[in-house]
Ligand binder design. Structure first.
Ligand code: AMP
Length: 432
């Protein structure tokens, strides 16, 4: 006999009506796997380690219980903690994130989830790259929830704009990214300033050694949730082999042939964004660029336009790889491979979010081959090497290449002729 498991709903997770109403307005019909497994424990005050990619619904996993816990504290207290008589620049829930964009995005999500708390829960985002004065002003009298990047938070603490001694819940979002971006010292300094007794929720897509030792040091009998890949399997990953000199032509061909509604293309250097945009433009494709050299205003404008669907092709460095929540992004292309295997996961996590079908495409030339194998090994994936007809990577010294790599894509209208690679690499590298 087969048992049919009834899908769990948000009410069963123990969430209160102001949140339930909001979730229904947002058309969140049922919890994502991580929400289902984590929210009851977090509401009960447990520490949490969650191995979850962006796109899994992790923001709501910490934001919803945090709002509910803070709301309960308000109801138990005589007056809101940010009222005038409750002096001191306190924070109750502190969320540390690696990038400005993520800080903004997380704070916006929290404010949206809190829509039915009638303004009783204050949320502030602070991050570098913009004037500190406005943020200091926003922090006057304290805040219930603070979403911060580590560097700017330390600056604000040193100018007494905020104190961490009353933090009750600490969220470390994208912990691996935070450490890989070199925030280790800032994080240690911040942890020193927090009270000993607190709830900690740690989210990380990957668990390198640094993150593991952080979790061992900090967390107390945590609930551990590692999402199975099946939970995020709406994303299709493909890899196309191509000669180095033909990557741009292949990319243009794919964009035109598939007429993707939108695509996010990753490259490894800021100047390469512009360079590739110019090359695509010569092929009749308009693309915008997004990288760290752009001012905060320009970055926000490009991102908003991309999110609103006004930009079809966006070429970006890894600054866009983390946490950016672009609704229903159909395609992510690794034009350059990311340096670290964990960045691969973060990049491809921009697509196929929250159950949407997505495609993550990597274009690899001969020089990329070994590195891609490392990426696969570390991420425990194995992808079939495919070829696009008319853009086949050169076979150099063995027939085995052509035997195992039949074109799987049809050319748009007579693609380019196969060209031999100038610097031959043993064709065996293409074998699995
Ligand atoms: P996150 O992993 O937190 O970046 O969330 C990815 C996307 O999923 C965001 O656009 C959320 O608004 C959306 N989302 C989160 N939880 C749910 C849910 N239970 N149902 C539908 N969408 C959701």
């Amino acid at each position: 006999m087969t048992t049919v498991t009834k899908p769990v709903n948000f009410t069963e997770l123990g969430l209160i009506p102001p949140l339930l109403v909001r979730l229904s307005e947002l058309e969140y019909l049922q919890p994502t796997p991580i929400q289902e497994r984590a929210i009851p424990g977090v509401l009960a005050g447990r520490d949490l380690i969650a191995g979850a990619n962006t796109g899994s619904g992790k923001t709501a996993t910490f934001a919803l219980p945090l709002l509910q816990i803070i709301q309960a504290q308000h109801l138990n207290a005589e007056e809101p903690s940010h009222s005038k008589s409750n002096k001191g620049n306190y924070v109750t829930g502190l969320i540390l994130v690696p990038t400005r964009e993520l800080a903004k995005q997380v704070a916006d999500s929290i404010k949206s989830y809190a829509a039915h708390f009638n303004g009783t829960i204050k949320t502030v985002a602070v991050f570098g790259g913009v004037s500190v004065n406005t943020q200091m002003l926003a922090l006057r009298g304290g805040t219930d929830i603070l979403v911060a990047t580590p560097g700017r938070l330390l600056d604000l603490i040193s100018s007494n704009a905020i104190k961490l001694d009353r933090v009750k819940t600490l969220v470390l979002d994208e912990a691996d990214r935070m450490l890989s971006l070199g925030f280790t010292d800032e994080l240690s300094a911040l942890l020193e300033l927090l009270p000993k007794k607190k709830q900690i929720l740690l989210f990380s897509a990957t668990f390198p050694e640094q993150v593991q030792s952080l979790t061992q040091e900090l967390l107390n009998d945590p609930l551990e949730i590692q999402l199975q890949s099946a939970d995020t399997s709406t994303l299709v990953q493909r890899v196309f082999t191509v000669n180095k000199g033909e990557k741009t032509a292949l990319l243009a061909h794919l964009i035109k042939q598939h007429q993707w509604r939108q695509a996010l293309i990753f490259v490894n250097a800021k100047n390469k964004c512009k360079h590739l945009a110019e090359k695509l433009s010569k092929r009749g494709i308009t693309a915008e660029v997004f990288h760290g050299d752009k001012g905060q205003g320009a970055r926000s404008r490009v991102l908003d336009a991309f999110k609103a669907g006004k930009i079809e092709v966006l070429i970006a460095t890894d600054i866009a790889a983390r946490g950016l929540d672009i609704e229903k992004l159909p395609v992510v292309v690794n034009f350059d491979l990311p340096r670290s295997p964990s960045d691969y996961m973060h990049r491809i996590g921009r697509s196929g979010r929250a159950g949407e079908v997505g495609l993550a495409l990597s274009l690899i030339d001969h020089e990329d081959y070994h590195h891609f194998k490392v990426i696969e090994k570390k991420n425990k994936i194995r992808l079939e090497r495919e070829q696009v007809a008319g853009f086949e990577a050169a076979k150099v010294s063995s027939d085995s290449f052509s035997a195992t790599n039949k074109p799987t894509e049809k050319p748009e209208g007579g693609g380019k002729k196969k060209r031999m690679n100038k610097a031959p690499v043993n064709a065996d590298i293409w074998l699995k």
